[in-house]
Design a protein around this ligand. Sequence first.
Ligand SMILES: *Cc1c(COP(=O)(O)O)cnc(C)c1O
Length: 361
Amino acid sequence: MPNLTLTALFRPEILAMSAYHVADAHHFIKLDAMENPYGWPTDIQQAWLEQLKDCPMNRYPDPEAKTLVAALRASNHIPAESGLLLGNGSDEIIQILQMALPGNATIMAPEPGFVMYKQIALSLGLRYQGVPLLTDDFDLDLPAMLAAIESSQPSLIFLAYPNNPTGNLFDAGAIKEILAIAPGLVIVDEAYAPFADASFIGELPNYQNLLVMRTVSKLGLAGLRLGFLAGDNTVLAQLHKVRLPYNINCLTQITAQFALTHQNFLVEQTSDICQQRGEVLAALQGMEDIKCYPSAANFILIRTLNHPADDVFISLKKQGVLIKNLSPQGGVLHNCLRVTIGKQEENQTFLTALRNALKNP
Ligand SMILES: *Cc1c(COP(=O)(O)O)cnc(C)c1O
């Protein structure tokens, strides 16, 4: 039997990559992954379990998830003329979009930004071009974006709105200028829509090259893995050919449909998180030794000014609080940390632990 030669078997770009790393959060107060900290009310949970009984586990799920699509359209106010494509998380949609492109296509995104845009481009052997954001407020550097679009002619431009990990909403006028000159598709990634007072969904009828992507993950259903892409039907028809036929399993279809028709509890949870975001931001702004950035999402970006962020991160972990250390990503994220907004008592524990960490580095 011949020995496997992995270096001959796999593409060089795969061999050079590292797998997406997820920290082990056991026994920590988990404020690292933009999850909703709340569970479901008992009566809602009971009603949901009742519905799950009707799920025909022996059958393939509806490949078009028609009932769920209707619920998503209604709760997200999708314009009648726009189509919808569902994904196993919006991560899968990012992959579907890129898999449909020719091998010499360029993917573009502002940086720092969501890492999966680049990770998936590299895994598919596509070109990826990051364009730096302005360093003071992390808004789009519009002249730099327009110049990069002009010279690289990207097939896809990803704009997270609000942006992860910076938390801000880019200038809407700048996004419209990008839409007006982009030769390919512009994906406005609204993963944090439940916490932001802004959206491009209403603009869908105005731009054929605009796609709006959303997910139920940050709303409170991260365990389900469900995202969707809204936009021009002729564009989505091509992407549907790349999508695997049963990518949304029947448990996800029934559960998401159920959650959307009982969404009051989720709306209450997200508005509580927004309230908490204000309190955490105010507390952080009162601390010396750090700079924090305003956020339209359910997390806050922090920069340490007089301590290495790595040390603060480790000290927080020792105190039982897990946040995200962005400092290893380097560049403008050097000495940056990102904290997800949790329950009030979790946020208070985090703030106390942070004060300790800054006092005794
Ligand atoms: C979390 C996140 C996603 C991924 O969402 P899933 O639906 O859970 O895959 C996409 N885009 C941004 C900007 C995110 O922060």
